[in-house]
Design a protein around this ligand. Structure first.
Ligand code: NAD
Length: 480
């Protein structure tokens, strides 16, 4: 273990361009050592009211070009401080530097993608003289930011990129956002906000309230100045938010138990490498992590041996060591829950093929086999580096097992047969299906989002989010 003494960041909310003092604070700990690395002001309902008043009283007059410049400048600033951003995410989350450097690169892509999008006009033009009653008129549409404020609430597992996916399309479309990042990982969100201000963003367009959701939730969710709630997090909290949203737009990006389906015609060595990456990357804490590995009976033994060999190559350890492949999960309580769920599967008849050990908040990458579809290891979302192997006989059974889950976010299918692949694409309940890729493969621009307990079918991704964050005004003129 490193003997480096970690500096403690003292932070607080960002409201109306200021950093108001808070009477109470929350601690942010480095999950690898348990050290306090941040003391963050615990905002109150009154602070939320202030932030909403600033936001609601402001209308952006920034041109498209000015918004484009702010986003490009922010991307350049983050690229210049990429190591600092990655290290901060590692300290607040325990994710290893390999993962957090990747996350910073993705955030830069989000910024660049939105900077490009903002320059494109998305309105339509319609001639009036196409019907008898239409007349000599010309109709066109304008996209406008929402009349009210966007409330964005984000989870801990991609502390920077999840924030970027809410805030950046909102800025690009000229909206005002009040962001509540996870209380477990607020530090990179605050550095991101400061970077946007440094790039020229008016502070009213992005404010950040930090603290305990029990103090802030009602003040954010029930205020009539909020006209849209954009939430990413667990299905339990997402459904509570949906109940409160009432007559407002809501986007819910919720949990997942994504399957990887390994067919008997695939290259098993390639499949094992891909499944390990999909199950263990980001410490297994991705909504789109592989959380079930469905393997065809005839190749299950060979595939399991290859996956075990792959799993043993993943280096666990100090998240700040650039050679480490897998850091901690978010805290020891989470690692203990994962350990207990794996133990439950073992009591029900499964075996640990490798891994299965815990050290504080570290949980070793683990293969469990054979798992049946009714075990809680694959019916509840286990947010950690576990690959449970479930066997299937044929494609119809694989689809039946995959679809028996209450989540439907993303899926991966490993086959070299295009006809089989297309059968899975049409048969699976999922918002995204990736052939010969991990379920988490995504471009920042593409539509992304799930069904069933993973979401209501609305999509995020920069392009869709900009559409969701705007309204269309239709205007007609008395000319052809
Ligand atoms: P969580 O639901 O516990 O918390 C998410 C956010 O909601 C946090 O900011 C939290 O403070 C806030 N929150 C909690 N209770 C609240 C309340 N009553 N009112 C208002 N806000 C409240 O989720 P988590 O543990 O931080 O994140 C992990 C979950 O997020 C997993 O289920 C994962 O699958 C999901 N996730 C989904 C996506 C996606 O795009 N579909 C992406 C990343 C993570």
């Amino acid at each position: 273990m490193s003997t480096e003494v970690l500096a403690v960041r003292e932070e607080g909310p960002r409201i109306g361009g200021k950093r108001p003092a808070c009477a109470a604070a929350i601690e942010v700990r480095y999950p690898h050592t348990g050290e306090v690395i941040g003391i963050v002001g615990r905002a109150t309902a009154a602070d939320v009211g202030q932030a909403l008043a600033f936001a609601a009283g402001f209308r952006s007059t920034l041109s498209r070009y000015e918004r484009h410049r702010i986003l490009v400048r922010a991307r350049e600033l983050i690229e210049g401080r990429a190591n600092e951003f990655a290290r901060l995410i590692t300290l607040e989350s325990g994710l290893c530097l390999r993962d957090t450097r990747h996350e910073v690169r993705r955030t830069c892509d989000v910024l660049q993608c939105a900077a490009n999008q903002v320059l494109a006009e998305r309105g339509g033009v319609y001639p009036g003289d196409v019907t008898e009653s239409g007349g000599a008129r010309k109709i066109f549409t304008l996209t406008e930011p929402l009349l009210g404020v966007i409330c964005a609430i984000t989870p801990f597992n991609h502390p920077l990129n999840q924030v970027a996916h809410k805030v950046v399309p909102a800025v690009a479309s000229g909206n005002r956002v009040v962001l509540k990042p996870s209380e477990k990982t607020p530090l990179s969100a605050l550095l991101f906000a400061d970077t946007l201000y440094a790039a020229g963003l008016p502070p009213e367009m992005l404010q950040v309230v930090t603290g305990d959701p029990a103090d802030l939730g009602a003040a954010l969710l029930d205020d009539p100045r909020v006209s849209m709630i954009a939430f990413t997090g667990s299905s339990t909290v997402g459904k509570r938010i949906a109940d409160r949203a009432g007559y407002r737009r809501v986007i819910l990006e919720l949990g997942g138990i994504d399957p990887a389906i390994v067919c008997d015609d695939t290259d098993l060595a390639v499949a094992a490498e891909l499944v390990a990456r999909g199950a263990y990357g980001n410490s297994g804490q991705r909504c789109t992590a592989i959380k079930r590995v469905l393997v065809q009976d005839s190749v299950a033994a060979e595939f399991t041996a290859l996956l075990v060999a792959q799993t043993r190559r993943w280096r666990t350890g100090d998240p700040l060591d650039p050679e480490t492949d897998i850091g901690t999960v978010i805290d020891e309580a989470s690692a203990t829950r994962i350990e207990a769920t794996v133990a439950g599967a073992v009591r029900a008849g499964a075996e640990i093929a490798c891994g299965g050990t815990r050290n504080g908040a570290h949980y070793a990458p683990t293969v469990v086999e054979p798992v049946t579809p009714d075990m809680s290891l694959v019916t509840e979302e286990v947010f950690g580096p576990v690959a449970p192997i479930v066997r299937f006989a044929d494609d119809a059974e694989a689809i039946r097992i995959a679809n028996s889950c209450r989540y439907a976010l993303s899926a991966s299918v490993l086959t070299r047969d295009l006809n089989r692949a297309f059968g899975f694409v049409t048969g699976l309940h999922a918002g995204n299906v990736n052939i010969a890729e991990v379920p988490g493969y995504r471009l920042e621009s593409m539509p992304f989002g799930g069904l069933k307990d993973s979401g209501l079918g609305d999509k995020e991704g920069v392009v869709e989010a900009m559409r969701n964050y705007t309204t269309v005004k239709t205007c007609s003129l008395p000319w052809l």
